[in-house]
Design a protein around this ligand. Structure first.
Ligand code: NDP
Length: 344
Protein backbone atom coordinates (compact mmCIF):
# COMPACT_ATOMS: atom_id res chain seq x y z
CA UNK A 1 0.00 0.00 0.00
CA UNK A 2 1.74 3.15 -1.15
CA UNK A 3 1.23 6.08 1.24
CA UNK A 4 2.09 9.71 1.93
CA UNK A 5 3.21 10.19 5.53
CA UNK A 6 4.06 13.30 7.54
CA UNK A 7 7.81 13.36 8.09
CA UNK A 8 8.04 16.42 10.31
CA UNK A 9 5.83 19.16 11.66
CA UNK A 10 6.12 22.48 9.86
CA UNK A 11 6.69 25.99 11.17
CA UNK A 12 6.15 28.12 8.05
CA UNK A 13 4.89 27.02 4.66
CA UNK A 14 4.77 23.29 3.93
CA UNK A 15 7.56 21.83 1.76
CA UNK A 16 7.58 18.64 -0.25
CA UNK A 17 10.29 17.30 2.06
CA UNK A 18 7.87 17.51 5.02
CA UNK A 19 6.01 14.62 3.43
CA UNK A 20 7.30 11.22 2.36
CA UNK A 21 6.09 8.72 -0.23
CA UNK A 22 6.50 5.21 1.18
CA UNK A 23 5.41 1.65 0.54
CA UNK A 24 3.89 -0.28 3.39
CA UNK A 25 1.87 -3.42 3.84
CA UNK A 26 -1.83 -3.32 4.49
CA UNK A 27 -2.75 -6.45 6.36
CA UNK A 28 -6.34 -7.49 6.11
CA UNK A 29 -7.81 -10.70 7.24
CA UNK A 30 -10.49 -10.91 4.59
CA UNK A 31 -12.17 -13.99 6.02
CA UNK A 32 -12.39 -12.48 9.48
CA UNK A 33 -13.71 -9.26 8.01
CA UNK A 34 -16.38 -10.95 5.97
CA UNK A 35 -17.55 -12.87 8.97
CA UNK A 36 -17.56 -9.95 11.42
CA UNK A 37 -20.99 -8.51 12.01
CA UNK A 38 -22.04 -4.97 11.20
CA UNK A 39 -20.88 -2.58 13.89
CA UNK A 40 -17.87 -4.66 14.84
CA UNK A 41 -14.30 -3.39 14.46
CA UNK A 42 -13.31 -2.59 10.88
CA UNK A 43 -16.18 -1.33 8.82
CA UNK A 44 -15.23 -0.25 5.31
CA UNK A 45 -12.12 -0.82 3.18
CA UNK A 46 -11.76 1.44 0.15
CA UNK A 47 -9.57 1.87 -2.89
CA UNK A 48 -8.82 5.60 -3.19
CA UNK A 49 -9.45 7.20 -6.59
CA UNK A 50 -9.13 10.99 -6.08
CA UNK A 51 -7.61 13.08 -3.30
CA UNK A 52 -8.33 16.71 -2.61
CA UNK A 53 -5.56 19.21 -1.82
CA UNK A 54 -6.95 21.83 0.56
CA UNK A 55 -5.26 24.81 2.23
CA UNK A 56 -6.61 23.86 5.70
CA UNK A 57 -4.29 20.82 5.62
CA UNK A 58 -1.40 23.18 6.39
CA UNK A 59 -2.94 23.62 9.87
CA UNK A 60 -2.86 19.85 10.38
CA UNK A 61 0.86 19.76 9.53
CA UNK A 62 1.68 21.86 12.63
CA UNK A 63 1.81 20.49 16.13
CA UNK A 64 1.88 23.70 18.14
CA UNK A 65 -0.94 25.50 16.50
CA UNK A 66 -4.34 25.63 18.13
CA UNK A 67 -6.70 24.94 15.31
CA UNK A 68 -10.25 23.71 14.90
CA UNK A 69 -8.88 20.39 13.72
CA UNK A 70 -6.26 18.07 15.27
CA UNK A 71 -2.73 17.79 13.83
CA UNK A 72 -1.71 14.81 11.71
CA UNK A 73 0.26 12.11 13.52
CA UNK A 74 3.98 12.24 12.82
CA UNK A 75 5.18 9.27 10.78
CA UNK A 76 1.64 8.26 9.86
CA UNK A 77 -0.39 8.55 6.70
CA UNK A 78 -2.08 11.94 6.30
CA UNK A 79 -5.80 12.33 5.63
CA UNK A 80 -8.01 14.52 3.52
CA UNK A 81 -11.18 14.57 1.49
CA UNK A 82 -11.30 11.95 -1.22
CA UNK A 83 -13.38 9.87 -3.59
CA UNK A 84 -13.03 6.11 -3.27
CA UNK A 85 -14.52 2.76 -4.19
CA UNK A 86 -15.62 0.30 -1.54
CA UNK A 87 -13.82 -3.02 -1.87
CA UNK A 88 -14.99 -4.59 1.35
CA UNK A 89 -17.62 -3.66 3.89
CA UNK A 90 -19.50 -5.04 6.84
CA UNK A 91 -21.32 -1.75 7.25
CA UNK A 92 -25.02 -1.98 6.41
CA UNK A 93 -24.95 1.27 4.38
CA UNK A 94 -22.05 0.37 2.06
CA UNK A 95 -21.59 -2.47 -0.39
CA UNK A 96 -18.65 -3.63 -2.43
CA UNK A 97 -18.42 -1.48 -5.57
CA UNK A 98 -20.10 1.59 -4.04
CA UNK A 99 -18.50 4.93 -4.85
CA UNK A 100 -18.08 7.11 -1.79
CA UNK A 101 -16.70 10.49 -0.74
CA UNK A 102 -15.43 11.62 2.64
CA UNK A 103 -12.27 11.70 4.71
CA UNK A 104 -9.79 9.07 3.61
CA UNK A 105 -6.03 8.44 3.77
CA UNK A 106 -3.43 9.67 1.28
CA UNK A 107 -2.73 6.11 0.22
CA UNK A 108 -3.90 3.53 -2.29
CA UNK A 109 -6.15 1.60 0.09
CA UNK A 110 -7.67 2.81 3.34
CA UNK A 111 -9.45 1.20 6.21
CA UNK A 112 -12.10 3.73 7.12
CA UNK A 113 -12.52 3.85 10.87
CA UNK A 114 -15.87 3.50 12.55
CA UNK A 115 -17.67 6.80 12.96
CA UNK A 116 -16.26 8.42 9.80
CA UNK A 117 -18.91 10.14 7.75
CA UNK A 118 -18.52 8.52 4.37
CA UNK A 119 -21.21 9.47 1.86
CA UNK A 120 -22.39 7.29 -0.97
CA UNK A 121 -22.14 9.00 -4.36
CA UNK A 122 -25.53 8.91 -6.02
CA UNK A 123 -24.99 11.06 -9.08
CA UNK A 124 -22.62 9.28 -11.41
CA UNK A 125 -23.25 11.35 -14.52
CA UNK A 126 -20.68 13.98 -13.52
CA UNK A 127 -16.92 13.38 -13.17
CA UNK A 128 -16.12 11.68 -9.86
CA UNK A 129 -13.49 14.28 -8.98
CA UNK A 130 -16.30 16.86 -8.68
CA UNK A 131 -17.21 15.30 -5.33
CA UNK A 132 -14.06 16.75 -3.74
CA UNK A 133 -14.59 20.09 -5.50
CA UNK A 134 -17.64 21.78 -6.89
CA UNK A 135 -19.95 19.16 -5.35
CA UNK A 136 -17.84 18.67 -2.23
CA UNK A 137 -16.42 20.73 0.60
CA UNK A 138 -15.06 23.70 -1.45
CA UNK A 139 -18.28 24.02 -3.45
CA UNK A 140 -20.31 23.95 -0.29
CA UNK A 141 -18.02 26.56 1.28
CA UNK A 142 -18.65 28.89 -1.65
CA UNK A 143 -22.40 28.28 -1.48
CA UNK A 144 -22.88 28.69 2.29
CA UNK A 145 -20.32 31.50 2.51
CA UNK A 146 -21.81 33.52 -0.29
CA UNK A 147 -25.55 32.96 0.03
CA UNK A 148 -25.74 32.81 3.82
CA UNK A 149 -22.80 34.75 5.27
CA UNK A 150 -22.71 37.54 2.65
CA UNK A 151 -26.51 38.08 2.42
CA UNK A 152 -26.21 39.24 -1.20
CA UNK A 153 -28.67 41.46 -3.01
CA UNK A 154 -29.14 41.90 -6.74
CA UNK A 155 -26.87 44.52 -8.24
CA UNK A 156 -24.38 44.60 -5.36
CA UNK A 157 -20.67 44.98 -6.02
CA UNK A 158 -18.70 41.90 -5.00
CA UNK A 159 -14.96 41.35 -4.72
CA UNK A 160 -13.39 37.86 -4.43
CA UNK A 161 -9.71 37.13 -3.71
CA UNK A 162 -7.97 33.88 -4.80
CA UNK A 163 -10.81 34.08 -7.29
CA UNK A 164 -9.77 31.34 -9.72
CA UNK A 165 -9.30 28.74 -6.98
CA UNK A 166 -11.63 26.00 -5.82
CA UNK A 167 -13.84 28.24 -3.70
CA UNK A 168 -13.32 31.59 -5.45
CA UNK A 169 -14.34 30.51 -8.97
CA UNK A 170 -17.70 29.32 -7.60
CA UNK A 171 -18.32 32.34 -5.39
CA UNK A 172 -17.93 34.56 -8.46
CA UNK A 173 -20.40 32.50 -10.46
CA UNK A 174 -22.92 32.32 -7.61
CA UNK A 175 -22.65 36.11 -7.35
CA UNK A 176 -23.25 36.53 -11.08
CA UNK A 177 -26.31 34.25 -10.81
CA UNK A 178 -27.68 36.78 -8.29
CA UNK A 179 -27.16 39.67 -10.70
CA UNK A 180 -24.17 41.14 -8.87
CA UNK A 181 -21.18 42.95 -10.38
CA UNK A 182 -18.15 40.75 -9.62
CA UNK A 183 -14.41 41.37 -9.73
CA UNK A 184 -11.77 38.83 -8.76
CA UNK A 185 -8.06 38.94 -8.00
CA UNK A 186 -5.57 36.16 -8.73
CA UNK A 187 -1.84 35.68 -9.11
CA UNK A 188 -1.06 35.23 -12.81
CA UNK A 189 -2.20 36.07 -16.34
CA UNK A 190 -3.62 32.63 -17.11
CA UNK A 191 -5.91 32.90 -14.07
CA UNK A 192 -6.98 36.44 -14.97
CA UNK A 193 -7.87 35.33 -18.50
CA UNK A 194 -9.94 32.47 -17.11
CA UNK A 195 -11.80 34.78 -14.74
CA UNK A 196 -12.60 37.29 -17.45
CA UNK A 197 -13.26 34.99 -20.39
CA UNK A 198 -14.42 31.68 -18.98
CA UNK A 199 -15.73 32.06 -15.45
CA UNK A 200 -17.95 35.06 -16.18
CA UNK A 201 -16.41 37.61 -13.82
CA UNK A 202 -17.04 41.21 -14.90
CA UNK A 203 -13.38 42.00 -14.37
CA UNK A 204 -10.22 40.67 -12.75
CA UNK A 205 -6.71 41.81 -11.87
CA UNK A 206 -3.36 40.29 -11.00
CA UNK A 207 -2.64 41.46 -7.46
CA UNK A 208 1.06 40.63 -7.88
CA UNK A 209 1.39 43.29 -10.58
CA UNK A 210 -0.22 46.05 -8.56
CA UNK A 211 2.10 48.41 -6.66
CA UNK A 212 -0.76 49.76 -4.61
CA UNK A 213 -3.77 47.51 -3.88
CA UNK A 214 -5.81 50.51 -2.74
CA UNK A 215 -5.38 52.16 -6.14
CA UNK A 216 -6.27 48.89 -7.89
CA UNK A 217 -9.47 48.43 -5.89
CA UNK A 218 -10.53 52.03 -6.56
CA UNK A 219 -10.12 51.36 -10.28
CA UNK A 220 -12.67 48.52 -10.19
CA UNK A 221 -14.87 49.83 -7.38
CA UNK A 222 -14.95 53.64 -7.63
CA UNK A 223 -18.11 53.65 -5.48
CA UNK A 224 -16.90 51.02 -3.04
CA UNK A 225 -17.42 47.30 -2.34
CA UNK A 226 -20.65 45.86 -0.90
CA UNK A 227 -19.35 42.33 -0.35
CA UNK A 228 -15.83 41.03 0.06
CA UNK A 229 -15.38 37.25 0.01
CA UNK A 230 -11.97 36.95 1.67
CA UNK A 231 -9.86 33.91 0.87
CA UNK A 232 -6.47 35.45 1.65
CA UNK A 233 -6.39 37.99 4.54
CA UNK A 234 -3.17 40.04 4.84
CA UNK A 235 -2.51 43.13 2.72
CA UNK A 236 -5.52 42.53 0.48
CA UNK A 237 -7.90 42.53 3.43
CA UNK A 238 -6.30 45.75 4.66
CA UNK A 239 -6.77 47.44 1.30
CA UNK A 240 -10.35 46.18 0.96
CA UNK A 241 -11.28 47.57 4.39
CA UNK A 242 -10.41 51.01 3.09
CA UNK A 243 -12.74 50.51 0.11
CA UNK A 244 -15.87 49.01 1.67
CA UNK A 245 -19.21 50.75 1.42
CA UNK A 246 -21.27 51.66 4.46
CA UNK A 247 -23.04 48.49 5.71
CA UNK A 248 -20.73 46.33 3.59
CA UNK A 249 -20.17 42.69 4.48
CA UNK A 250 -16.94 40.71 4.64
CA UNK A 251 -17.10 36.92 4.75
CA UNK A 252 -13.80 35.68 6.11
CA UNK A 253 -13.42 32.29 4.49
CA UNK A 254 -9.67 31.85 4.87
CA UNK A 255 -6.39 33.70 5.24
CA UNK A 256 -3.94 31.78 3.08
CA UNK A 257 -1.62 34.81 2.91
CA UNK A 258 -1.18 34.69 6.65
CA UNK A 259 0.62 31.92 8.47
CA UNK A 260 -1.60 32.28 11.50
CA UNK A 261 1.26 32.94 13.93
CA UNK A 262 0.66 35.71 16.41
CA UNK A 263 3.72 37.79 15.59
CA UNK A 264 2.16 38.87 12.31
CA UNK A 265 1.52 42.54 11.74
CA UNK A 266 -1.98 43.78 12.37
CA UNK A 267 -4.46 45.13 9.85
CA UNK A 268 -4.10 48.91 9.73
CA UNK A 269 -7.58 49.69 8.38
CA UNK A 270 -9.52 47.63 10.91
CA UNK A 271 -11.01 50.80 12.39
CA UNK A 272 -13.06 51.18 9.18
CA UNK A 273 -15.43 48.59 10.65
CA UNK A 274 -16.79 51.31 12.94
CA UNK A 275 -17.60 54.36 10.78
CA UNK A 276 -18.79 52.19 7.90
CA UNK A 277 -20.71 49.75 10.14
CA UNK A 278 -19.12 46.85 8.22
CA UNK A 279 -20.04 43.31 9.24
CA UNK A 280 -17.07 40.99 9.15
CA UNK A 281 -17.78 37.35 9.87
CA UNK A 282 -15.52 34.33 9.92
CA UNK A 283 -17.22 31.06 9.10
CA UNK A 284 -16.63 27.34 8.74
CA UNK A 285 -18.61 25.45 6.15
CA UNK A 286 -19.20 22.67 8.68
CA UNK A 287 -21.53 24.98 10.63
CA UNK A 288 -23.94 25.14 7.68
CA UNK A 289 -24.58 21.48 7.00
CA UNK A 290 -28.35 22.06 7.20
CA UNK A 291 -27.97 23.72 3.76
CA UNK A 292 -26.06 20.79 2.25
CA UNK A 293 -28.84 18.94 0.41
CA UNK A 294 -30.16 22.21 -1.04
CA UNK A 295 -26.63 23.04 -2.18
CA UNK A 296 -26.11 19.65 -3.81
CA UNK A 297 -29.37 19.72 -5.69
CA UNK A 298 -29.06 23.27 -6.97
CA UNK A 299 -25.39 22.94 -7.89
CA UNK A 300 -25.92 19.69 -9.78
CA UNK A 301 -28.74 21.37 -11.68
CA UNK A 302 -26.51 24.35 -12.44
CA UNK A 303 -23.88 21.97 -13.85
CA UNK A 304 -26.34 19.94 -15.91
CA UNK A 305 -27.90 23.08 -17.36
CA UNK A 306 -24.44 24.31 -18.34
CA UNK A 307 -24.78 27.35 -16.07
CA UNK A 308 -21.66 26.65 -14.04
CA UNK A 309 -18.12 26.41 -15.35
CA UNK A 310 -15.74 24.43 -13.18
CA UNK A 311 -11.98 24.35 -13.54
CA UNK A 312 -9.84 21.62 -12.05
CA UNK A 313 -6.11 21.08 -11.91
CA UNK A 314 -5.52 17.33 -11.78
CA UNK A 315 -2.13 15.95 -10.75
CA UNK A 316 -1.53 12.38 -11.83
CA UNK A 317 -0.39 9.76 -9.32
CA UNK A 318 -0.06 9.55 -5.54
CA UNK A 319 3.67 10.25 -5.81
CA UNK A 320 2.82 13.74 -7.10
CA UNK A 321 0.41 14.53 -4.25
CA UNK A 322 2.99 16.31 -2.01
CA UNK A 323 4.00 18.77 -4.74
CA UNK A 324 0.34 19.38 -5.60
CA UNK A 325 -0.44 20.20 -1.97
CA UNK A 326 2.61 22.43 -1.51
CA UNK A 327 1.81 24.19 -4.80
CA UNK A 328 -1.38 25.67 -3.32
CA UNK A 329 0.71 27.98 -1.17
CA UNK A 330 2.60 29.27 -4.20
CA UNK A 331 -0.42 29.70 -6.45
CA UNK A 332 0.65 26.86 -8.77
CA UNK A 333 -2.85 25.40 -9.04
CA UNK A 334 -5.11 26.71 -11.76
CA UNK A 335 -8.56 25.83 -10.44
CA UNK A 336 -9.34 23.15 -7.89
CA UNK A 337 -6.28 21.04 -7.10
CA UNK A 338 -7.03 17.32 -7.18
CA UNK A 339 -4.81 14.23 -7.33
CA UNK A 340 -5.92 11.24 -9.37
CA UNK A 341 -4.58 8.02 -7.87
CA UNK A 342 -6.26 5.65 -10.28
CA UNK A 343 -9.37 5.20 -12.35
CA UNK A 344 -12.34 3.23 -11.14
P1 NDP B 1 -7.42 27.65 -3.91
O1 NDP B 1 -7.86 26.66 -4.90
O2 NDP B 1 -7.88 29.07 -4.05
O3 NDP B 1 -5.84 27.59 -3.81
C1 NDP B 1 -5.14 28.47 -3.03
C2 NDP B 1 -4.82 29.76 -3.78
O4 NDP B 1 -4.52 30.77 -2.85
C3 NDP B 1 -3.58 29.68 -4.66
O5 NDP B 1 -3.82 29.11 -5.91
C4 NDP B 1 -3.17 31.13 -4.76
O6 NDP B 1 -3.85 31.73 -5.86
C5 NDP B 1 -3.70 31.74 -3.46
N1 NDP B 1 -2.59 32.08 -2.58
C6 NDP B 1 -1.63 31.24 -2.11
N2 NDP B 1 -0.77 31.92 -1.31
C7 NDP B 1 -1.19 33.22 -1.31
C8 NDP B 1 -0.72 34.40 -0.69
N3 NDP B 1 0.36 34.39 0.09
N4 NDP B 1 -1.40 35.55 -0.92
C9 NDP B 1 -2.50 35.58 -1.71
N5 NDP B 1 -3.00 34.48 -2.31
C10 NDP B 1 -2.36 33.31 -2.11
O7 NDP B 1 -7.86 27.16 -2.45
P2 NDP B 1 -9.35 26.94 -1.92
O8 NDP B 1 -10.31 27.57 -2.85
O9 NDP B 1 -9.51 25.53 -1.56
O10 NDP B 1 -9.36 27.80 -0.57
C11 NDP B 1 -9.47 29.20 -0.62
C12 NDP B 1 -9.55 29.73 0.81
O11 NDP B 1 -10.74 29.24 1.43
C13 NDP B 1 -8.38 29.29 1.69
O12 NDP B 1 -8.01 30.37 2.52
C14 NDP B 1 -8.98 28.17 2.51
O13 NDP B 1 -8.31 27.99 3.73
C15 NDP B 1 -10.40 28.68 2.68
N6 NDP B 1 -11.40 27.66 2.99
C16 NDP B 1 -12.22 27.89 4.06
C17 NDP B 1 -13.23 27.03 4.39
C18 NDP B 1 -14.15 27.38 5.50
O14 NDP B 1 -14.98 26.56 5.88
N7 NDP B 1 -14.04 28.57 6.05
C19 NDP B 1 -13.40 25.77 3.63
C20 NDP B 1 -12.55 25.66 2.46
C21 NDP B 1 -11.57 26.57 2.18
P3 NDP B 1 -3.30 33.08 -6.56
O15 NDP B 1 -2.57 32.68 -7.77
O16 NDP B 1 -4.55 33.82 -6.85
O17 NDP B 1 -2.41 33.77 -5.58
Amino acid sequence: NRQIILKNYITGLPKESDLEFISSTLTLNLEELKQSKAGEDVVVVVKNLYLSCDPYMRGRMRDYHKSYIAPFTLGSVIQGFGVAKVILSNHPDFREGDLVSGITGWEEYSIIPKGSNLTKIKYTDVPLSYFVGVLGMPGFTAYAGFFDVCSPKKGEHVFVSAASGAVGQLVGQFAKSMGCYVVGSAGNKQKIDLLKHKLGFDDAFNYKEEHDLDVALKRYFPDGIDIYFDNVGGDMLDAVLGNMKVHGRIAVCGMIAQSGVQSEQGIKNLYQLVPKRISMKGFLQSDYLHLYSKFLESTINFIKEGKLVYIEDIAEGLENAPSALVGLFHGKNVGKQVVRICDE
